[in-house]
Structures are given as structure tokens and as C-alpha cells.
Write a protein that binds this ligand. Structure first.
Ligand code: NAD
Length: 297
């Protein structure tokens, strides 16, 4: 019900928290996430201007009087694009939506003397509503001067999670880099085994159907974005090697028919998950029910 009430709000627009602010300029605004945010700002009554890659000759005019500059370009261009910005009005809020936070935040703080904040929407652009979606907020400078903007994002339905950029980037190693990397490897495995996806769907338990959906949806998206997420953090290689070590250890148990060892480790991990295991079981139970209701066939 929450979700529906937000979705229908989209048609009529959102309350505007700061009607007096200058134009919102979205650098990379012709892209996927930029388009979503330009719609949200427009639906809230703000003037939105786009500065995409061919617009730099007109950058001064586009940025003239800007109240907010949002950087939403591919990760590997982010630092260069921030450096390329002309001097912004002192009171302008400079923010970015990049999937990594430390480097862009540092680049913005050195570029601009005024308010700076790093945001990471923890969702893709294929959403009709931000209801209950998480946006990570990494404070940069002059927090009081962009509170209105955070309030605006809350009005769109999102939940804000504040964290230091270093903590965010570290969490993203598991939440994104490793998650996407292992999905990539599983996709590669299915491809190499010439798995019959149609047949797998026929044989799927609800949880395996969800697994296929989780892996398969990766390949409906942009190789460059996921390449950037996996390759842009120097830690990912070491993390992936640790993961390989765990896989090798498990493989050894299998090789030696060590079922008792498997069970002992299983129980040890279960203890470590503790109450979360039960919580995840009941949460996924609900997901599976609604996934089953929403199946396309
Ligand atoms: P995208 O490729 O759809 O859009 C990027 C836009 O930037 C394009 O319109 C491109 O023309 C433009 N651009 C490229 N170089 C430019 C330059 N030098 N100057 C101005 N514009 C330039 O990518 P996206 O998926 O919208 O991702 C944009 C940012 O959002 C990335 O930093 C990504 O990490 C972040 N992000 C994406 C998602 C997602 O699921 N797509 C989710 C969270 C965060």
C-alpha cells in the first residue's frame, strides 16, 4: 500500500522543499540514473538543466546561477568531470551519485569551497518509486546548507543512511563488487555448461528461480557499469582471492568425502549468523511468496 501511494504521487508531483533554489544541473543527466533524478526534481517543481558529454562548450551558461550540481557520469570519468567543472557559485550544493564514495568526495571537496555531499542510491534506474529505497549519505561540508535536499529525497520516499565514505566503500566490497563478481562467474558457468535456461526454469524451486533472476538481471544491464564497480576498487582482487580460498577449502571437503567436516562448518556458520539466519529465512519466505505471485509465466 505504501508503494502504491508513492507511485500515484508520481503523477501529481512532490512537495517542493526549497522553491527558491537556483537551477539543478545534472552532469551526465542524459544517462540512466541522471534521467531518474531529473524526473524526480522536475516532479518536485525544480528547474532542471542537463550537462552531458557534448554540452561542455556551453557549460558556463548551463551552470550559471546553479543551486545544485549533481554529478552522475560513469565511475571512471567522475574525478576528471569534477575537476573539469568551472568555479561554482559559493552557495551551490555539489553532490555526486557515484557507486564509490571516497575518491569523488575528495575530488568535490577540493574543487568546490561551498556545500558538498556524496550520495549513493542503492538501487538501479528501473524503478517507478523510491518508496523504502536506501540512499547512502556521505557528508562532505556545510551539512546545514543541504539539509533541505536530504529532506526532498525523503519526500520522494527514500530512507537515508548516513556513513563515512570509507565505511561505505568497504561495505560495497561485499554488497556490490563481490556480489556482482560472483554473479558474473555463475553466469559464465551457466554459459560454459550450455545450461538450458528454459528447462532450468521448468525445474526451478522458488529460491532457484530467484537465484536465476538475480544472476540473469545482471546481464540485462550495462557491462561498463559493472566493470567499473568491480574494477574501480583496489581491494576487490584480494577479496576475490579470499573467496577463492573458501571455495578451495570447501572443494577439499567434497574431494575427501568429508561430510562430517561440512556439517561441523555448516553449524559453525549457522551460529555465526545467529538470529539473522531466522530473520533471513522469514524475509525470503515473504519474497518467495510475492515473487511467485508476480511470475511472468
Ligand atoms: P549511464 O552511462 O547511463 O549515464 C552516464 C551519463 O554520463 C551518459 O549520459 C553519458 O553521456 C554521460 N557522460 C559521460 N562522460 C561525460 C562527461 N565527460 N561529461 C558529461 N557527461 C558525461 O550511467 P548510469 O548508470 O546512469 O550511472 C551514472 C552514475 O550513477 C555512475 O557513477 C554510477 O556508479 C552511479 N549509479 C548507477 C546505478 C545504476 O544502477 N545505473 C546505481 C547507483 C549509482
Amino acid at each position: 500500500i505504501m508503494r502504491e501511494s508513492y507511485a500515484s504521487e508520481n503523477d501529481v508531483g512532490f512537495k517542493c522543499i526549497n522553491p527558491d533554489v537556483g537551477p539543478i544541473v545534472i552532469v551526465g543527466g542524459a544517462g540512466k540514473l541522471g534521467t531518474l533524478f531529473s524526473q524526480l526534481f522536475r516532479l518536485s517543481g525544480y528547474e532542471v538543466r542537463i550537462l552531458d558529454k557534448d554540452d561542455w562548450p556551453n557549460a558556463d551558461a548551463i551552470l550559471d546561477g546553479a543551486g545544485v550540481v549533481v554529478v552522475s557520469v560513469p565511475i571512471h570519468h567522475t574525478n576528471a568531470v569534477i575537476a573539469q567543472l568551472p568555479t561554482l557559485p559559493k552557495e551551490c550544493v555539489l553532490l555526486d551519485l557515484t557507486s564509490i564514495k571516497q575518491a569523488p568526495l575528495a575530488a568535490m571537496l577540493s574543487k568546490h569551497q561551498g556545500p558538498v555531499v556524496g550520495l549513493h542510491p542503492m538501487f538501479g534506474p528501473d524503478l517507478s518509486s523510491l518508496a523504502k529505497q536506501v540512499v547512502v549519505v556521505c557528508h562532505g561540508r556545510d551539512e546545514a546548507r543541504y539539509q533541505w535536499l536530504l529532506e526532498q529525497i525523503r519526500i520522494w520516499g527514500a530512507r537515508l543512511h548516513e556513513a563515512p565514505a570509507s565505511e561505505h566503500d568497504q561495505a560495497m566490497q561485499l554488497v556490490q563488487a563481490m556480489r556482482h563478481f560472483t554473479a558474473f562467474v555463475y553466469g559464465a558457468h551457466l554459459r560454459r555448461e550450455r545450461a538450458d535456461l528454459d528447462q532450468l526454469l521448468q525445474f526451478s524451486s522458488p529460491i532457484y528461480r530467484l537465484e536465476l533472476a538475480m544472476v540473469g538481471r545482471l546481464f540485462a544491464q550495462d557491462a561498463k557499469l559493472y566493470g567499473d564497480i568491480i574494477f574501480s576498487q583496489p581491494d576487490t582482487l584480494a577479496r576475490a582471492r579470499h573467496y577463492m580460498d573458501r571455495y578451495q577449502e570447501a572443494l577439499k571437503m567434497l574431494e575427501h568425502g568429508d561430510k562430517a567436516g561440512f556439517e561441523a562448518q555448516f553449524n559453525d556458520i549457522a551460529d555465526w549468523f545467529g538470529d539473522f539466519a531466522k530473520q533471513f529465512q522469514s524475509e525470503s519466505g515473504n519474497m518467495l511468496l510475492s515473487a511467485n505471485d508476480n511470475r511472468s509465466e
